[in-house]
Design a protein around this ligand. Structure first.
Ligand SMILES: O=P(O)(O)OC[C@H]1O[C@H](O[C@H]2O[C@H](CO)[C@@H](O)[C@H](O)[C@H]2O)[C@H](O)[C@@H](O)[C@@H]1O
Length: 264
């Protein structure tokens, strides 16, 4: 019984906070993609935002004083492809390495040393993936994601251990992030928290909603202020103020925010 009461209290607190947020002067709605707008799927190329999430994003985009951004671990070209949203949506790819704001230039210019590190990374991770079933690498401008979603638990563990020890032995200062069935390696360090702060300033936002589902989203939750709202999608430890069960419920929150803001 007390669980139900807790859930009711939390839902009421979320609605109250969204009502405040909806009245802010310049709103930034910043969203993670996989696991937040789009349910997880086995092939990353097939991930798509739920239709109701997409509809809510388009409704928010049309409102005055409102910007929408996606902050993703995906490479920019992959994010543009799967999100397929209007150009007015601000995009951040590769966990904050790539930006597509209102001007089209999103190129990452790696220096010679970084390019060499990417080559070394590629060789090492390709070797790891080649020796294990259902382990594969996804290239990004400044690194790679090592995917293990369909691998056995044993192969997945071996892949992570081998990849970590070999890359760390060869490349100094490598950024490694753990996500859902994925280990990400980047020769440029950046976090979703830094990206969110940049977007907040760029959009002159007076308040922010940030929603995300994975460990890397915790960096974004960490930079939110008292007027902002952090929304965790799904299970797992979080510092976000609020939690919903899955992308379907995230879509519900976005639709409610759009509705409240259109009336505010
Ligand atoms: O920051 P995000 O937008 O959540 O992106 C994180 C990673 O998402 C993708 O991988 C994850 O989603 C896939 C599709 O559901 C899933 O198959 C995979 O197991 C997940 O790790 C993407 O492929 C990565 O590049 C992103 O960094």
């Amino acid at each position: 019984m007390s669980d139900i009461l807790d859930e009711v209290d939390e839902a009421q607190a979320l609605v109250a906070k969204l009502t405040e947020l909806a009245a802010t002067e310049q709103l930034l709605v910043a969203l993670d993609f996989d696991g937040t707008l789009a349910p997880e799927v086995d092939d990353p190329q097939h991930a798509r935002a739920l239709p109701e999430a997409r509809a809510a994003v388009l409704k928010l985009l049309a409102l005055p004083g409102t910007r929408v951004a996606l902050i993703s671990g995906r490479a920019m070209d992959s994010l543009e492809h799967v999100a397929n949203l209007p150009d007015s949506v601000l995009l951040v790819g590769s966990h904050g390495v790539e930006f597509r704001l209102d001007t089209p230039d999103a190129t990452v210019n790696l220096d010679t040393a970084e390019l060499e590190q990417v080559d070394v990374l590629s060789e090492l991770l390709e070797d790891v993936a080649a020796g294990l079933d259902q382990v594969w690498i996804e290239p990004k401008p400044a690194g790679f994601a090592l995917h293990t979603r369909l691998a056995t638990e044993r192969d997945s563990r071996i892949a992570h251990l081998q990849a970590l020890s070999e890359t760390r032995a060869e490349i100094a200062g490598l950024t490694v992030r753990e996500g859902k069935n994925v280990l990400e390696f980047s020769v440029r360090s950046a976090t979703k928290g830094e990206a969110l702060l940049h977007l907040k300033e760029y959009a002159k936002a007076t308040a922010v909603l940030y929603a995300g589902d994975d460990v890397t989203d915790e960096d974004a939750f960490a930079v939110l202020g008292s007027r902002d709202v952090g929304l965790k999608s799904g299970p797992g430890k979080t510092i976000a103020e609020f939690r919903v069960a899955d992308p379907r419920e995230v879509a519900g929150v976005l639709a409610l925010l759009a509705d409240l803001r259109s009336k505010a």
